[in-house]
Design a protein around this ligand. Sequence first.
Ligand code: HEM
Ligand SMILES: N[C@@H](CC(=O)c1ccccc1NC=O)C(=O)O
Length: 343
Amino acid sequence: MSYAASYALYNYYLVDPSKGHDDYSNLRLIRAFEKGLDPKSSEAGFILTHIHMVAQTGKLIEGAANVVQAVSAARNEQNDENAIADAKVGLQSILQAMTIIEANMEKMWANSLPKDYMTYRTFIYGITNQSMFPDGVIYEGQYDDKPQFFRGESGANDSIIPLLDHLCQIPMPENPLTKILVEFRQYRPKPHREFLTNIREKAAGVQVRDFLTHSGDFGVVVLYLRVLDHVRSFRWRHWQFTREYIIKRTSHPVATGGSPIITWLPNQLSAVMQLMEDVCKGSGLWAVLAEGVWSGGGAEGSLTKKEFDLIKDIMDNAVDQKRKLAKEVAKYCQDRGVDATAI
Ligand code: HEM
Ligand SMILES: N[C@@H](CC(=O)c1ccccc1NC=O)C(=O)O
């Protein structure tokens, strides 16, 4: 079963098409396992919250494409003086979109109760890495009757966060956990795959991260860090979901998509927080923050007092959260006898 084509993204209709997707109460589910056709049920709420978020991705896509275009123009020396301004406009679009997407995400708690999750979750497990399917599953008459090991239904097939991972060039650690992230790519619909590949290759080709963090303009570094902070807060909220909806309610060690429940999500979350620290240090912002007071311009000219205060809060929080996360995961690993990077 696929996240996009069957259970989540194409599994809804609008009560009044003229009202669009902004109003959550205008969304209804088509297919469900449990009581999902009741729009107030937790299963409907679980899926419709995803829809309500993904419906707001227009500006995210526009912003990502604009950032890539601005940096490409700068690298080709066609449009150098406008490149920073254009990249800033793109980053602002991303920030606007992510603010709405995360606000909609936060409504998950009310739309879908944690206590109900295990009932319909039963039906969305995959075959990869699952103790109940040690030998895979044979689909009679298909695949030469050889056992298959498909991954299960998972938000890991969604494209919001991978798009930002690619655009921002967030480096993931080289370990078996990161391999799972790459494997999930093949479960997306072709247009999603092609778009993500395009952004990933172009961002790497023109070195978006290097441009945004070493242009000499602190304003653009601040915007880049604010985008990273959205990736962090998305993954952090998401980790809270995983704790409350899953970890507290089952000791089964593997998520529906086949990833280890305690260690996989923190692998990516801590990579984002690590990059935030590295960028802040590498760009020279860290040293400005370390002085403790905004000195009012100087070499870092474009940094305003407002930006200084904002980035200080963002970085204090990221550093603190990274430490807390590492402690929390170490404790879970100890309690459950899990090896931190094994799959
Ligand atoms: C109660 C709500 C949610 C729970 C309990 C939850 C749980 C999980 C779990 C356990 C995984 C691990 C992957 C696997 O092996 O299956 C995962 C991955 C993921 N989920 Fe969710 N999820 C929730 C909501 C969402 C929403 C609303 C989105 C956004 C559209 C989302 C996007 C993702 C992404 C992007 C990943 C990949 C993780 C990464 O790149 O770090 N999830 N989710
Ligand atoms: N991996 C999650 C389920 C999950 O991710 C998911 C399943 C169906 C539709 C959307 C999902 N999104 C959340 O990441 C789990 O293990 O419960």
